[in-house]
Design a protein around this ligand. Structure first.
Ligand SMILES: [Zn+2]
Length: 228
């Protein structure tokens, strides 16, 4: 509906409107009419003129079975180019057109504001997600770096799958023990992450650990090469 109101096809200034012979006169739709009457739209398929506002917003007020009848800019379209200007002028002053125009303005405002609110909402939730992910990732990187710095082997004998927060019977490696410890001393972001993350997105796998170590190594090498 919003597209019909604001994005409907409009011919260019050099569009050649089809000619119609009326009483031995060649007449055609005039581009300037579109500029003069902003509610006017031209249908190339029908070679006819409509009022975009009344099509959408006046059907409840006038038309078939209603008290007032449309003056041919809604059903059917205007095709008689000889009397077109007269029809447009008459239509311009119709009460139902003015009411429909108000309704269209209100609809446009509400629709566009709602869309903006929606976009802002998506943007904010994306930002929030970014902050959350960064927070989780910081905890994870710190765990990897801690093991590296202390010369601790990260992996245990059985260290795949979800991470149980209770201490397992079999040692599942320093990395996972460190995660468990972090949750135990109150890393709520990590605790939440373990609860809600999909099994393929926990960042617990040795592939992720290796990626973090590689990235760390790259940063250290780059910084060492940088001139003092
Ligand atoms: Zn109208």
């Amino acid at each position: 509906m919003h597209d019909l109101l604001v994005n409907v096809w409009t011919p260019d200034a050099d569009f050649v409107f089809p000619a119609t012979e009326i009483n031995k006169k060649i007449l055609r739709f005039q581009f300037s009419w579109l500029q003069k009457y902003p509610w006017l739209i031209y249908s190339a398929v029908e070679d006819g003129a409509y009022c975009r506002v009344c099509i959408l917003f006046a059907q409840k007020i006038v038309g078939k079975g209603k008290h007032e009848r449309f003056n041919s800019l809604v059903q059917p379209c205007v095709k008689d180019w000889k009397r077109a200007l007269e029809r447009f002028k008459d239509h311009q002053t119709k009460r139902y057109r003015l009411d429909a125009s108000d309704d269209a303005q209100n609809f446009k405002l509400i629709y566009e504001n709602k869309r903006n609110d929606f976009i802002i909402e998506i943007d904010q939730s994306r930002k929030w997600l970014q902050i959350e992910n960064r927070r989780k990732l910081t905890s994870i990187i710190r765990a990897v770096l801690f093991c590296c710095r202390q010369g601790l082997a990260q992996r245990g004998r059985r260290d795949d799958g979800p991470l149980p927060l209770d201490i397992p019977e079999e040692n599942d490696g320093n990395f996972r023990a460190l995660w468990r410890f972090a949750v135990d001393i109150g890393d709520l972001a990590l605790q939440e992450h373990l609860k809600v993350a999909g099994s393929n997105a926990t960042y617990l796998s040795h592939t992720v650990q290796n990626e973090i170590i590689d990235a760390g190594a790259e940063i250290i090498t780059r910084d060492c090469k940088r001139p003092a």
